[in-house]
Design a binder for this molecule. Structure first.
Ligand code: DPP
Ligand code: ZN
Length: 879
């Protein structure tokens, strides 16, 4: 496999103005006939260039130019390329291919899932359908004719407007769709199947009515309401916050069982993984409801940030993904609890993204090279990309940011553009200089900010000394300083102090002048605040204003103060995590010395206060009571001793549960409610706190806790509480757990998404023997390795989220993953390469683990017929 470089980008030699596709869907194979209206690109300087089309795993039946059939000598094929050496300035290419969707297990291109035909073309799946210029800067108007058996496939869908339907005499029928908006091939979609739909409508800000439809299997019709409500909320929100109106009269969503990603924003025909669209209280957890809301909004928002304005090339992926994730996270914040949403996003960033940035696959949000683009749909491109857009928002302020986004959409509507175009629009609209800020686009790695504070009582001034650094990443040994927006406040005895900065630049001050964004641009820099007449506690990186690691040598007392009283929710939570981290470090030392783990009294007192104060936001309390996760700790310790960390953390949790059992029980009881289920912020907070308390109580391993969990498991009417109880039982020694697992399966065996959760709870069980459980479940009739959701629920959850069992000292966990990757490499390379990620982190661990993990990577690398997906990740990991 070869490497593709951003620096090699050239405009396409040819353009395709219109694309007419005709599909004849069959039970054995399908026929695709394309009519492409092609002309030489006036912007390209390759006169007389050959026409080079992309195509893979296609059976070419015929090729004709302007009606004349080409002979075999007029074209040639090598790898993914079909080359026609001699073509006119402008012409119509007609091409017939035969494809076999029924045999397509990669789930890219056209394939079948539970009896229906569907497509996934991003990034480069269209070339598995027909020969084409499969690159996002070739935009074309598509007309699509679909012919299929009317009984088996009563619903035939594609992008845009339905322009014709016809019943044929042989039991087949035909529809024709036309999408008036030029689009790249990656946004093409087709669906054919036996589907039912839920309908609604939305009146846009200009009074146009849009038909909204969600297509699902009949049995899932009762699980569409939440997605529909979320869609309408998202449509309204995008009008209000970004001034963006929907542009067609139809918006369709289709739910598909077998899907590599979460969902896909195909123009007016979004295709969704069932896990990101179906929801009802009996089958779906609160987290599931929130995921549906977020993903529905995300894909809808792509209609502007991605479809109307798309990417020039795949190196620019973060242009649409980073921006759209920022948009969907602001939307979710507005729909629910902003602080909780922020903490969740930060948690993901600090675990998965920081780990990626510190590992062998580290890349800037705009990568400079790749072997397989599918490997770059990453937390870096998505979540760090969103943080970069958020920083622009912070630096410009909301009004100038909105002007910038308006200008971006206006300037580039209908174009395929770059991250640079986005930054230029933001600069032009705001007058803010983002020259140095651009380093965020080109440099990988997580910057570290070291901050210290000096109080000068005589001068009544307080100085923050800030220095920044960024570790080397593959291909980037030294880094230029970043432009980092550092949001700060200073806490005095009676509240936040007014801020007056000596000299230096700062912007976006809060109304009462007690919060400021410092522009950190130098390697070392000082900011002096005047008129400070007491020693303050600095509240730093408020709202997590930049994706960095921040280091400030807080005392325990200072952290306790931030945890109890900072007005910034993120900083409050973060203080609790820093205190928790200190406790874990002490617990590690205690365990190593063979002593009992005894949490600090002041820390316990703070937790006790959190539990007892019914006036606090329950979700915040739940998050603050949870110790830093093992995944986060793996980012802190070098090397990572997984087992020692796990056992110390568990011992600390038990000590906390023991000390606070009365308060935990009180809190649990206070949170129980008979109100009918709603997925609103208040109820979600209450359930989250209740189940956090339950998990602690279950550590006590006593009869009364088991009774609570058993009763909750048996009596809950919503999946959040039922699954939390099941999880607590599974991780305990309760004899009831086998029965609980069995009855859960009995009750829900007809709901694949629920059974996935049943797999996942068992895959994540911390107790010894989980690997054997997982291996056994691989043979369960409900498991199917061709279904990505099931692979993620069982294999992915075990390898990625069950550290103590995956990192078993005998290496059996690593071998298990190696085996699965080798199997999936053949059937579904995208999923295989995703699954591999835990092994790529081998350098972090103790020498014995390193050796075993490395051996697995070597074994995979030695496989014949390695896909480019798996090859890239394995070979880069071993470099
Ligand atoms: N573009 C999709 C999304 O992130 C992924 N295929 O929404
Ligand atoms: Zn997206």
């Amino acid at each position: 496999p070869s490497t593709i470089y951003l620096s090699d980008y050239q405009v396409p030699a040819y353009l395709i103005d219109t694309t007419e596709l005709a599909f004849e869907l069959g039970e054995d194979s399908s026929l695709v006939t394309s009519l492409l209206h092609i002309r030489r690109n006036p912007a390209a300087n390759q006169l007389g260039a050959a026409l080079v089309l992309h195509g893979t795993e296609l059976e070419l039946l015929s090729l004709a130019i302007d009606g004349r059939v080409l002979t075999a000598s007029e074209w040639s094929q090598s790898g993914e390329q079909l080359v026609i050496a001699d073509v006119p300035e402008a012409f119509v290419l007609r091409c017939e291919t035969r494809i076999r969707p029924q045999e397509n297990t990669s789930l890219e291109g056209l394939y079948k899932s539970s009896g229906m035909f569907c497509t996934q073309c991003e990034a480069e799946g269209f070339r598995k359908i027909t020969y084409y210029l499969d690159r996002p800067d070739v935009m074309s108007v598509f007309t699509v004719e679909i012919t299929a058996d009317a009984q088996r496939y009563p619903v035939l869908l594609s992008n845009g407007n339905l322009v014709a339907t016809e019943t044929l005499t042989d039991g087949r029928h035909k529809t024709v769709w036309q999408d008036p908006f030029p689009k790249p091939a990656y946004l093409f979609a087709l669906v054919a199947g036996k589907l039912s739909c839920v309908s609604d409508s939305f009146r846009t800000m200009n009074g146009r009515d849009v038909d909204l439809k969600i297509y699902v299997e009949d049995k899932d019709l009762d699980k569409c309401d939440h997605a529909m409500a979320s869609l309408k909320n998202a449509m309204r929100w995008d009008e209000e916050v970004y001034g963006r109106e929907y542009d067609l009269d139809i918006f369709n969503i289709v739910a598909v069982d077998d899907f590599n990603m979460g969902a896909m924003e195909n123009k007016s025909l979004n295709i969704f993984n069932t896990s990101c669209v179906l929801a009802k209280p009996e089958t779906t957890t609160d987290a599931g409801f929130q995921r549906v809301e977020g993903v529905v909004a995300h894909e809808y928002f792509h209609n502007w940030s991605g479809n109307r304005v798309t990417c020039r090339d795949w190196f620019q992926l973060s242009l649409k993904e980073g921006f759209t994730v920022f948009r969907d996270s602001e939307f979710s914040a507005d729909m629910g609890s902003p602080t909780v949403k922020r903490v969740e996003d930060v948690t993901l960033l600090r675990t998965a993204q920081f780990a990626e940035d510190a590992g062998p696959m580290a890349h800037p949000i705009r990568p400079d090279s790749f072997i397989e683009i599918s490997n770059f749909y990453t937390v870096t491109v998505y979540e760090k990309g969103a943080e970069v857009v958020r920083m622009i928002h912070t630096l410009l302020g909301p009004d100038a940011f909105r002007k910038g986004s308006d200008l971006y959409f206006e300037r580039h509507d209908g174009q395929a553009v770059t991250c640079e175009d986005f930054v230029l629009a933001m600069e032009a609209a705001s007058g803010v200089d983002l020259s140095q800020f651009r380093n965020w686009y080109s440099q990988a790695g997580t910057p570290k900010l070291s901050v210290s504070g000096d109080y000068d009582a005589e001068q009544q001034s307080y100085t923050l000394n800030v220095s920044q650094s960024c570790p080397a990443t593959p291909g980037q040994s030294s880094k230029a300083p970043f432009h980092i927006p550092l949001k700060v406040a200073l806490l005095g005895e009676a509240g936040q102090l007014p801020l007056q900065l000596l000299g230096e630049s700062a912007n976006v001050e809060s109304a009462d002048n007690t919060e400021m964004v410092l522009n950190v641009t130098e390697q070392t820099q000082s900011f002096t605040f005047t008129g400070i007449n007491e020693l303050p506690v600095p509240s730093l990186l408020r709202g997590f204003s930049a994706p960095v690691k921040l280091d400030f040598d807080y005392s325990r007392e200072q952290l306790l103060r931030l945890m109890r009283g900072d007005s910034d929710g993120f900083c409050r939570w973060d203080a609790s995590q820093q205190l928790g981290l200190a406790e874990i470090k002490r617990a590690l030392a205690d365990v190593a010395a063979g002593q009992n783990v005894a949490p600090d009294a002041a820390y316990l007192a703070a937790c006790r206060d959190l539990l007892s104060d019914g006036s606090l936001d329950g979700a915040m309390v739940a998050m603050m009571l949870q110790l830093p996760s093992e995944a986060y700790l793996a980012e802190i310790f070098h090397p990572v001793d997984v087992l020692a960390i796990h056992h110390a953390r568990e011992a600390l949790r038990l000590a906390i549960a023991t000390a606070l059992q009365l308060e935990l029980l009180d809190c649990y009881n206070r949170c129980c409610s008979d109100a009918p289920y709603a997925a609103d912020a208040e109820q979600i907070a209450q359930r989250s706190l209740k189940n956090t308390a339950l998990a602690y109580l279950m550590l006590l391993d006593n009869e009364s806790a088991r009774e609570l969990a058993t009763a909750q498991f048996e009596n809950s009417e919503n999946m959040t509480d039922r699954l939390a109880a099941l999880n607590a039982l599974v991780n305990s020694a309760a004899p009831y757990k086998a029965k609980a697992l069995q009855s859960f399966y009995q009750n829900w065996q007809h709901e694949p998404l629920v059974i996935n959760q049943w797999f996942q709870v068992q895959a994540m069980c911390r107790l010894p023997g989980s690997l054997e459980t997982v291996q056994g479940l691989m043979n369960h009739p409900a498991f199917d390795i061709r279904n990505p959701n099931k692979v993620r629920a069982l294999i992915g959850a075990f390898c990625g989220q069950n550290g103590v069992n995956f990192h078993r000292e005998d290496g059996a966990g690593y071998r298990f993953l190696g085996d699965q990757v080798i199997i999936l490499n053949r059937s579904n390379p995208q999923i295989a390469s995703r699954l591999l990620v835990p092994l790529t982190k081998w350098r972090k661990y103790l020498p014995a683990a390193q050796q075993l993990m490395c051996a697995e990577l070597q074994r995979i690398l030695a496989e014949p017929d390695l896909s480019s997906d798996v090859y890239e990740v394995v070979s880069k990991s071993l470099q």
